[in-house]
Design a protein around this ligand. Structure first.
Ligand SMILES: Cc1ncc(COP(=O)(O)O)c(C=O)c1O
Length: 473
């Protein structure tokens, strides 16, 4: 534990850092929690307060914090051989990991391109698709279709694929190259529409867009199996299968972005086939690959697709894309140790057992007046707050409600990830049922406290309590 003066001092220094998604209005004045230690599903802040880490860092600390085995694997590799250029040299950890990933990946996704994280995995996957089509003599086939509310990263191309409205302010994107179709959000489907009809309509959006652009111009469709940062949107059953069929019909490659869903979050190493019944052409992964202990990402590429541009077919082709830290041996050693832990402790089975309990317990929060939807699968979930529960009108209760809930939860000992009017959670895969009870109790209390705030500020009227009071001032 760090003493109070040090916490203040650390906060001051932390304000030198420009954080991701920094609200620049408050630069230099942020009062961020300084996280000092972690063990299992908990972290401790610099004042010694214990917090249950419900987002597992940023969807990534899958095996939990403070694993000695990980630290030892990382240290041992750093001592044995800390770095080698991935351009001309191979290393044992990168080679061993590639074999293991290829064996676990669905279908013929037998080749691995290493990156430094999720954004660079998505970027590399899409650059590969464009490179392939240029090589095949069809340079016009390079448009990409993505979804509203998708998140694919922060490089120029991966950010161009992201469809979260608020993330697009003041930035430039690959204009005209990436096209967005609606997110398949069952909660926001037209009133009275069945799930089957909604699925058909959602898949139709993809086909319509391909046809409108011209199939000869569309290279790839990129989709998260479950839209994670967009609010844990679980598509209707059959959606991904339908989209894959459409892609096959028009010779469009399917890129499944498993940066969040990979490595156990849905109870499998990869969710594409095991949960959603598709074998895509390319899978991107990162985060849980090393449980966040060190950075690493990977692109898994289909043998059939790669064969079009390799071996005898390749002529003079060179895939001029890569990073100094592609397949970093220390990161690959960490990924191997991470998978050893996942296997030895049966964490995939554990998620399949405990996931339904997590989802069931969270759904009890629907009894609270501002909770409109609780959704998710495995160990990823979202609680969405609304003004009017009986309507699926996207009218927001209060843009800051997620942050209000987060602030109350932190006082109660829980970290959640606020997203406008939502709180998303993806706890470490080792969470027990008793710890899920603890999480749900704190989250429920945090939501109740935030509800009292918005009632007292006249921003919300509980059902049956008459018109809202006028906000003060
Ligand atoms: C689905 C998805 N893809 C890609 C990324 C980008 O990964 P990274 O932040 O490691 O670059 C993220 C990050 O949250 C993500 O959720």
């Amino acid at each position: 534990m760090v003493d109070k003066v040090s916490t203040r001092d650390l906060r001051r220094k932390d304000n030198i850092v420009v954080h991701p998604w920094e609200a620049l209005r408050w630069s230099g004045q942020h009062e961020r929690t300084i996280v000092a230690e972690g063990e299992g599903i908990y972290v401790r802040d610099s004042d010694g307060n214990r917090l249950l880490d419900a987002p597992a860092g940023m969807w990534c600390v899958n095996i939990g914090h403070g694993r000695r085995e990980m630290a030892e694997a990382i240290a041992a590799q750093a001592m044995r051989m800390s770095y080698a250029s991935p351009w001309g040299l191979g290393t044992a950890p990168a080679a061993e990991l590639a074999e293991r990933l290829a064996a676990l990946a669905p279908g013929d996704l037998n080749h691995v391109f290493y990156t430094t994280g999720g954004s660079t995995a998505v970027d590399s996957a899409l650059r590969f698709v464009q490179f392939l089509n240029n090589f095949l003599g069809r340079p016009e086939k390079k448009h990409i279709i993505a979804r509203d509310r998708g998140y694919h990263g922060s490089t120029y191309l991966s950010a161009s694929c992201s469809g979260k409205e608020r993330d697009r302010n003041y930035f430039d994107f690959s204009a005209g190259l990436v096209h967005h179709i609606p997110a398949p959000d069952p909660f926001r489907r037209p009133a009275g529409m069945s799930m089957e009809a909604f699925c058909t309509a959602s898949v139709q959006h993809l086909e319509d867009r391909i046809v409108a652009l011209g199939p000869e111009r569309v290279a790839a469709f990129i989709a998260e199996p479950i839209l994670a940062s967009g609010g844990v949107i679980v598509p209707p059953p059959g959606y991904h299968r339908g989209c894959l069929d459409v892609c096959r019909r028009y010779d469009v490659l399917y890129v499944s972005d498993e940066v969040v869903t990979g490595f156990g979050r849905l109870g499998h190493y990869f969710a594409s086939e095991a949960v959603f019944d598709i074998v895509p052409d390319i899978i991107t992964c990162a985060k849980g690959l090393t449980s966040g202990y060190v950075p690493l990402g990977a692109v898994l590429i289909s043998e059939r697709v790669l064969a079009q541009v390799s071996g005898d077919a390749a002529r003079d082709a060179i895939f001029s894309n890569g990073f100094t830290y592609s397949g970093h041996p220390v990161s690959c050693a960490a990924a191997l140790a991470n998978m050893d832990i996942i296997d030895r402790e049966g964490l995939l089975e554990h998620v399949r057992e405990v996931g339904p309990y997590f989802q069931r317990r969270l759904r009890e929060l629907l009894a609270l007046p501002i909770v409109g939807d609780v959704r998710g699968a495995g160990l990823m979930a979202c609680v969405e707050c609304v003004m009017d529960k009986d309507s699926n009108d996207p009218l927001l209760l209060d843009h800051e409600i997620g942050s209000r809930i987060d602030k109350h939860c932190q006082k109660l000992g829980l970290l959640v990830r606020p997203l406008i009017n939502m709180c998303v959670m993806s706890p470490p895969l080792i969470i027990s049922e008793a710890q899920i009870d603890e999480l749900v109790a704190m989250l429920g209390e945090g939501i109740e406290r935030a509800t009292r705030d918005v009632i007292s500020e006249g921003l919300f009227t509980p059902p049956g309590a008459g018109a809202p009071a006028q906000p003060a001032g």
